[in-house]
Design a protein around this ligand. Structure first.
Ligand SMILES: [Zn+2]
Length: 382
């Protein structure tokens, strides 16, 4: 296999560079790259299905800390929502550590939602993520998997996905880390070239055709992890936006009807074409401060929950379907997603000092209080 050399520079020691060899990704070979472990990057529907036989998946995600500020929205917007097949609608939460109340993460998990990773530090300096090595990313995401499972008392095996802060990937390192940390999919890579038709999830065994919106993107052959492309929306002027809350030309603040048709027109681009998963990626605060959008969002969810070929599912369920793409008529008779609720014995840990800053933190967890505030390099606060 053809090899090339690249250099990983550790962010904390700019002169300390180590060389690593990774095989360069080659153009995809459709015959060799077969489900369930390999898929070429393409707009083709998995399994060669026709659009009318393809479930239209809707992936709703919320990012950042989970706490009392946003739980009201989560409870009122998504709890008790069912798809037309009677299965509980899925939502994926990309949780960052700081200011997260882990007793509430436990609640979301027990409601059947997917808990995924969004890093321990959510470091604001984007260059930190751009230049991060596999080792740094292991401290941010690999350790966060252990951290969330511990403090929210949820199954570590239920954690499958990640979203990099600011959608800033770290080239090959992101996917090396995913393999090391036992993660299945990444939902951080925006595309503006593959909106209509949209790009379906794929693996990195071979060279990706996806446009690199926030470099560096992977260049090596990295079997294992799945890419769930963030297919951009188009705003009212046709400008692409990776998340619902970054669109620029948007309906008027009080125009509920305008917001509803804005959301619907973005959805229909997927639904009436190759049915690539439709992402509704948003921060809770954006919905909370825009009542007309909130009303339109509820109408949209009510609408799709009544369509018999549309399903709100977790991001991980989409990957599961792509690995084994059964047609719509089979999908609707399939068992619903299962989960085993876990108990939370809540602890309120007051005035914990942090090592990385002078600040004092308060921590709500389903476990015994740590000695110091958990952070990068000490995820359990031992
Ligand atoms: Zn974030």
């Amino acid at each position: 296999m053809k090899l090339y050399t690249f250099t990983i520079c550790l962010t904390f020691a700019t002169l300390s560079c180590v060389a690593a060899d990774l095989p360069l990704a080659k153009p995809c070979n459709e015959t060799e790259c077969q489900l369930p472990t390999c898929r070429c990057s393409s707009v083709n529907i998995p399994g060669g299905l026709a659009p009318r036989d393809t479930p239209q998946f809707v992936i709703l995600t919320f990012d950042d800390a989970v706490n009392v500020n946003n739980m009201f929205s989560y409870r009122s917007l998504v709890y008790n929502r069912l798809n037309s097949n009677g299965c509980k609608a899925g939502v994926t939460f990309f949780v960052s550590h700081e200011y997260t109340d882990y007793t509430l993460v436990n609640e979301l998990y027990n409601q059947g939602y997917e808990i995924a990773l969004h890093s321990i530090s959510h470091e604001a300096n984007q260059e930190y993520w751009r230049d991060a090595s596999n080792e740094t990313l292991m401290r941010e995401f690999g350790d966060q998997k252990i951290q969330i499972a511990h403090f929210a008392n949820i199954s570590i095996d239920s954690i499958h996905g990640l979203r990099s802060p600011f959608f800033q990937m770290s080239g090959n390192s992101t996917y090396q880390m995913m393999t090391n940390a036992g993660l299945t999919y990444d939902l951080s890579w925006p595309t503006i070239n593959f909106i209509n038709p949209g790009l379906w999830p794929y693996t990195l065994d071979y060279k990706s055709i996806q446009d690199c919106v926030v470099p560096p993107c992977p260049t090596a052959s990295l079997p294992g992890p799945w890419i769930l492309p963030m297919i951009s929306w188009r705003d009212l002027q046709g400008v692409p936006c990776s998340t619902a809350d970054t669109c620029y030309y948007i309906p008027d603040r009080d125009d509920e009807e305008g917001w509803f048709s804005f959301i619907l027109s973005n959805f229909e681009r997927h639904y009436s074409n190759n049915r690539a998963p439709f992402g509704f990626y948003v921060h809770e605060w954006y919905i909370a401060v825009n009542p007309a959008l909130r009303a339109a969002f509820i109408r949209f969810l009510d609408t799709i929950n009544h369509l018999n070929d549309v399903f709100m599912v977790t991001a991980n369920e989409v990957i599961d379907w792509v690995k084994d793409p059964i047609p719509l008529n089979e999908y609707i008779t399939k068992d619903c997603r299962q989960w085993t609720p876990t108990q939370c014995r809540p602890s309120s840990c007051n005035a914990i000092t942090a090592n990385h800053t002078e600040m004092i933190y308060y921590l709500q967890i389903c476990n015994e209080c740590p000695n110091e505030y958990p952070w990068v390099n000490n995820p359990l606060g031992l």
